[in-house]
Design a protein around this ligand. Structure first.
Ligand code: S3P
Length: 173
């Protein structure tokens, strides 16, 4: 079985996926880390030196090659922006980790310099981060919902608790 976590930057996909991998015994795959391994550079560097299109192409290739592996897959927040990725995701049980814009902005601000789509080459303050997060959610919320088999609100819940609920939902399916 493959369980893929989708949702915006800061929704907790990687944290929940790690806990879910531990609980389920399935291997953990982080799609962003897979892209960095293939490119030999960080996500921010790929965006700035080669551009978003090259990043998205690498993301689709990495998704195509990992989606069939029995695993817990943490995707990047923009994976749903390509229709072909949404088709590939149908091979997995997909969980959308939803969160309020304020929650996402606060979490994003704890890791400056890692989200080129938010910060560009600088660092935004909280209010501008929030505005950017709201813009991105307006473009993507319906896409996350359309690929999801399960939607969970992640604002107030610990990764471990979310992971437990996901495993209880899918373990026998
Ligand atoms: C992106 C989200 C990032 C990463 C890249 C683009 C996006 O992943 O893939 O910076 O388009 O939302 P996280 O959601 O893990 O931060």
């Amino acid at each position: 079985m493959t369980i893929a976590l989708v949702g915006p930057m800061g929704s907790g996909k990687s944290h929940v996926a790690r806990d879910l991998a531990r609980i389920s015994g399935l291997p953990f795959i982080d799609l962003d880390a897979e892209i960095e391994r293939r490119a030999g550079s960080s996500i921010a560097t790929i965006f700035f030196t080669e551009g978003e299109e090259v990043f998205r192409q690498t993301e689709t290739e990495a998704l195509r090659e990992t989606i069939e592996c029995d695993s817990i897959l943490a995707t990047g927040g923009g994976v749903v922006t390509r229709p072909e990725n949404c088709v590939l995701l149908r091979a997995a049980k997909v969980v959308y980790l939803r969160a309020k814009p304020e929650t996402l902005a606060a979490r994003i601000r704890q890791q400056p310099g890692t989200r080129p789509l938010i910060d560009g080459e600088g660092t935004l303050d909280f209010d501008r981060t929030l505005a950017r997060v709201e813009e991105i959610l307006a473009q993507r919320s319906a896409l996350y919902e359309s690929v999801a088999n399960l939607v969970l609100d992640s604002d107030e819940r610990a990764p471990r608790e979310l992971a437990q609920e996901i495993w209880t939902t899918f373990r026998n399916r």
